[in-house]
Write a protein that binds this ligand. Sequence first.
Ligand SMILES: Nc1ncnc2c1ncn2[C@@H]1O[C@H](COP(=O)(O)OP(=O)(O)OP(=O)(O)O)[C@@H](O)[C@H]1O
Ligand SMILES: [Mg+2]
Length: 390
Amino acid sequence: MADFSSLGLSDWLVKQCKQLGINKPTPVQENCMPPILEGRDCMGCAKTGSGKTAAFVLPVVQKLSEDPYGIFCLVLTPTRSLAYQIAEQFRVLGKPLGLRDCIINIAMNKPFFWESKSETRTVEELDQRYILTPEKVKDAYLVHLIQTFTDEHDDWSIIIFTNTCKDCQVLTMMLREFNFPTISLHSMMKQKQRFANLAKFKASVFKILVATDVAARGLDIPTVQVVINHNTPGLPKIYIHRVGRTARAGRNGVSITLVTQYDIHLVHSIEGQIQTKLKEYPVEEKEVLKILTQVNVTRREIEIKLESTDFDEKKEINKRKQLILEGKDPDLEAKRKAELEKIRSQKKKFKLKIQESIQRQKHGQKRRPPHYCCQQVATKTDFSKTTQNG
Ligand SMILES: Nc1ncnc2c1ncn2[C@@H]1O[C@H](COP(=O)(O)OP(=O)(O)OP(=O)(O)O)[C@@H](O)[C@H]1O
Ligand SMILES: [Mg+2]
């Protein structure tokens, strides 16, 4: 295996890496750094936590140290927290150069492309589990899991992913009622608050982070040992990013996905993508049932509390703010959306009419017999049953 010097890094930068515990290049670094240093465009594709950031940060810092004049780099990231995290990497690795900010060049002329060849898309160190649960027992499982983890481990951090901002808020408040050190991260929070919460979680002041998918990509927090999916992600890609917040850089980690009977088909498609079967996570069901009523009552109380605040109103305001930031008029957008919806529903009706007339023609211009409708409904019900049961 190559070392960083043989890939073209200067001694001072190799030393800088060592200070961060980065001694040997990972495959994505070994394969992508030389073409980047040659000045070629490069696209690297590798598993979560495999060091993709340093794969581009190091060559950029190296180039800047060779000729600091006029070189610039623009980094585009899907979320602001990620931009912040990457900027920090640049600052730490480029400390001797006094780097403060960084940018990535998005010119994409025939980029060099490297993809790690692997059958699975998640790392081996990750123990991927599921718990099959009815919707109304989900929270009791969650509380039970967290209680067990916190009883057994002092130094563990947990990320819980939720589907919506409101769910994220409710679960955070609920877990706090049970005295778990919990903090949240979702898009309805102000950026300043998001940074502050993330910093407190990184510093282990709070051991549990409840987050929406704003935290699913790129976040690198080594203490995260457990990822819990409170909802089964609808897209395998989201699942891969979420569970990739643990078991990073060769460490071990566990992911537990709470699955209801309606989500089984989603689990199948996740398993198909990651080429790995999720294993059932063993839980003492008796223990879960003992706390079920208490958990559900607590949740309901919190929901009522939240309903009396302006949480939903804030959501609406945030949506409007976002549209204004995108240079759109929120009222005009609402009008457009309503018109589009109207056109869609007209199209749907029109399509249905055409289908009906084709059917009538097929049946020799006869009108549909009444039992035809019943058959359609029955077939549909059977199908949904099949998908629900996987
Ligand atoms: N060569 C290396 N040896 C050991 N640790 C490394 C090495 N390169 C990077 N790391 C560490 O690995 C961790 C994960 O790196 P990074 O965040 O770049 O992963 P990633 O591939 O971008 O993951 P994701 O797909 O989740 O964004 C970081 O804490 C980083 O410091
Ligand atoms: Mg990354």
